[in-house]
Design a protein around this ligand. Structure first.
Ligand SMILES: [Zn+2]
Length: 245
């Protein structure tokens, strides 16, 4: 797939730059930061994607009433949603953490629209049936997401994942990666749902950008065929001379 990128050329400090529609990454350990910066560049920082509330980035002035902006994963990380620009949208804290929770953006938009109907409805009988409907849909969504965790239904859009077999993956995998807290969490996820949580994210020139723990878990349980791969065809890792990677 092609990663969503700004139309103009943009330099992101010493992390990388977008030039003529290609993202060049200069350091491997800043992939997530780059994704956040690009998401803010593409989608802005001044409005919540879900409720439209005005937002701000950073502290703001003392009497600034705008909500602080966060980045929401459209497909939540709790079911394996990757941290790539296409899966990130600016959202206010209330929508992101408190209300959306583990729902996908599609599910959350449906709940928001039902809640809007409920707020605008004055007939008590209708209100009751709407409330029941919201509760029922939430249950169904929870079940659907559990099925996604278990791999019974796809958790990623088909057009994101690649069947293209890339050769040996470049980049480094730290030898102590298995001791990390993230590894433990993903190990627990694997044991509970029997699916590797996150896909591998790979640059067009074969560098592993994210998914180290997925590789480690596939090695631990010897299950390489379960690894989903997202190849970012407009992303190239270009490590400049003198960098430690
Ligand atoms: Zn919001």
């Amino acid at each position: 797939m092609n990663l969503e990128l700004p139309k103009n050329n943009v330099v992101f400090g010493n992390m990388g730059e977008v030039k003529n529609g290609i993202l060049y990454i200069y350091r491997l350990n800043c992939f997530y930061d780059l994704m956040y910066e690009i998401a803010y560049t593409v989608y802005g920082t001044d409005k919540c994607w879900y409720c439209g509330k005005p937002c701000r980035r950073g502290k703001g002035r003392p009497n600034d009433s705008r909500a602080k902006i966060t980045l929401d994963h459209l497909i939540p990380t709790s079911i394996g949603g990757p941290t790539i620009v296409d899966n990130l949208r600016p959202a206010c804290h209330a929508c992101n953490d408190q209300q959306k929770g583990d729902l996908t953006s599609e599910q959350f938009f449906e709940i928001l629209s039902l809640q809007k109907q409920l707020n605008e409805c004055s007939d008590q009988a209708d209100r009751n049936s709407l409330s029941k409907k919201i509760a029922m849909r939430r249950l169904e969504m929870r079940k659907e997401n559990t099925d996604k965790r278990r791999g019974l239904i796809p958790y990623l859009p088909e057009e994101w994942t690649s069947k293209k077999v890339s050769g040996d993956l470049l980049g480094t995998i730290s030898p102590d990666i298995q001791l990390g807290n993230q590894f433990k969490k993903q190990d627990e996820f694997y044991r509970k749902y029997k699916r590797i949580k996150f896909p591998l994210i790979i640059s067009d020139n074969g560098y592993l950008l994210a998914g180290y723990n997925s590789v480690a878990i596939s090695k631990k349980y010897r299950i390489p065929w379960q690894l989903e791969k997202i190849v970012l065809e407009n992303v190239v890792v270009y490590l400049r001379r003198g960098t430690p990677y």
